[in-house]
Design a protein around this ligand. Structure first.
Ligand code: SF4
Length: 257
């Protein structure tokens, strides 16, 4: 896989031309060491995933469009007041469910998604299907549930099934483009395939977590901390320099001021 991008007249190499995925992975692992308590999906998996694989899907739905901090709070409230099995969620009064998950935001929408997911999974035979259905078939099944999109399905498949998929959230989308693994216009599938190729299926789940940590700590959407980033000497920083340059020009006082 070789992507060369033109920045003005200069040819820019992707991160894959500058270092092996092994090297990138090691640097991220060494400098970021994510804590499972900071990720709602891992919290749900550690606490309940063995007895209730559905709990992991619940956690991913709660985490949509909000921070892990808020979704962890909602997950604990749900766990204590209702439970995280599909049966408990389906039987719970809607108002009680909405109230329990309120800290995660969009409580009405997410409560409807949780109930629909619980109903569909019970009708399909129970939550054990999440562990037993062939993963490609399961992906299609999950995507047919309202409120479950590609990222939600892929996070579940990656965490609970170790399936060869790479879940792409906003951090992964931004970072794959800054690394030059995909063109700036790439969509979900293209980014997912590029990251899976780069890191390999055996590391996709851990690499996904490391990329989130990188995006939170260094490779932020605005003002990325490239000078402190563990990848600063191998990352092509596609789009970053231009943005910084523009910012500097815009901030420079004009001669008429
Ligand atoms: S912070 Fe800068 S150097 Fe680090 S990955 Fe992002 S763009 Fe690359």
């Amino acid at each position: 896989m070789m992507i060369w991008l033109l920045r003005g007249c200069i040819v820019v190499k992707s991160i894959a031309e500058q270092a092996s995925s092994e090297e990138v992975y090691k640097r991220l692992e060494k400098s970021l060491s994510p804590n499972w308590r900071e990720y709602v999906v891992l919290v749900a998996d550690k606490l309940d995933g063995e007895e209730h694989p559905f709990a992991v899907l619940v956690a991913i739905i709660l985490s949509q469009n909000t921070s892990d901090k808020n979704s962890i709070k909602a997950y604990y409230r749900l766990r204590e007041s209702i439970g995280v099995s599909p049966e408990a969620i389906l039987e719970a009064p809607l108002e009680k469910l909405v109230e329990a998950i309120r800290p995660a935001g969009l409580p009405n929408q997410k409560a409807r998604s949780l109930k629909e997911a619980a109903r569909r999974i019970i009708e399909a035979g129970g939550e054990h299907i999440l562990l037993e259905m062939p993963w490609k078939e399961l992906r299609k099944f999950l995507l047919s549930i309202p409120g479950v999109g590609e990222k939600t399905a892929d996070v579940f498949l990656s965490v609970k099934r170790r399936a060869p998929v790479f879940a792409v959230d906003t951090h992964a989308m931004r970072i794959a483009k800054r690394w030059g693994l995909v063109p700036p216009s790439a969509g979900y599938q293209e980014v997912s395939e590029a990251l899976l190729r780069f890191f390999g299926p055996e590391r996709s789940e851990e690499a996904h977590r490391l990329i989130i940590a990188l995006g939170r700590r260094y490779c932020r959407a605005r003002n990325p901390l490239c000078n402190e980033c563990p990848l600063r000497d191998i990352c092509p920083k596609i789009g970053v320099r231009e943005t910084s340059q523009r910012r500097k020009v815009m901030q420079r006082p004009s001669s008429r001021d």
